[in-house]
Design a protein around this ligand. Structure first.
Ligand code: CDP
Ligand code: ZN
Length: 166
């Protein structure tokens, strides 16, 4: 019997000098980037947490601790692919994904389409089932002062249909 679950994810990284800005696996031209033990891709981290949430599998900090040297510079795409394997082993696959990136800078509209296509590719779903929204912080708070970028993600998963398999 088909079943559905929903999951929510959130992530924040500080915006600093001398780091590349990578969002949804896309390198975005900007003088500053996100600090972190990993590649600090807030979008892929939030989406991975949403998938783990939907599958009741915990959070990415439990699977990829930032105290583990093996996770230094960890590519968000590698992290998300690992999470998707765990989600599939638990019997779930993604249906759609909605994302809000909270960033005062840079303007993300030119990159949104590439972000959406890359996120869809990683999730193995149609780009029409992925949505990227961007919001400034209206110059208020840490986001508004461009001290950090945050991301929220919601993912729907459905049970993997095993009826067609041997
Ligand atoms: O207009 P509203 O207050 O809802 O949102 P906003 O935060 O002022 O953002 C206005 C528009 O800029 C939206 O269409 C966002 O998609 C876009 N935006 C962007 O392209 N890049 C950002 N870093 C933030 C917002
Ligand atoms: Zn993160």
């Amino acid at each position: 019997m088909a079943g559905f679950r929903v999951g929510i994810g959130h992530d924040t990284h500080r915006l600093v000098e001398d780091r590349p800005l990578i969002l949804a696996g896309v390198r975005i031209p900007h003088p500053r980037g996100l600090a972190g033990h990993s590649d600090a891709d807030v979008v892929l981290h939030a989406v991975a947490d949403a998938l783990l949430g939907a599958s009741a599998l915990g959070d990415i900090g439990e699977i990829f601790p930032d105290t583990d040297e093996r996770n230094r510079g960890l590519d968000g795409g590698v992290l998300l692919t690992d999470v998707l394997e765990r989600v599939a082993a638990a019997g779930w696959k993604p249906v759609n994904c909605d994302v809000i990136v909270h960033a005062q800078e840079p303007k993300l509209s030119p990159a949104k389409d590439a972000m959406k296509r890359n996120l869809a590719r990683l999730l193995g779903i149609d780009p029409a089932a992925v949505n990227i929204k961007a919001k400034t912080g209206e110059k208020v708070g840490a986001i508004g002062r461009a001290e950090a970028i945050s991301c929220q993600a919601v993912v729907l998963v459905e049970t993997i249909d095993l009826s067609g398999r041997d």
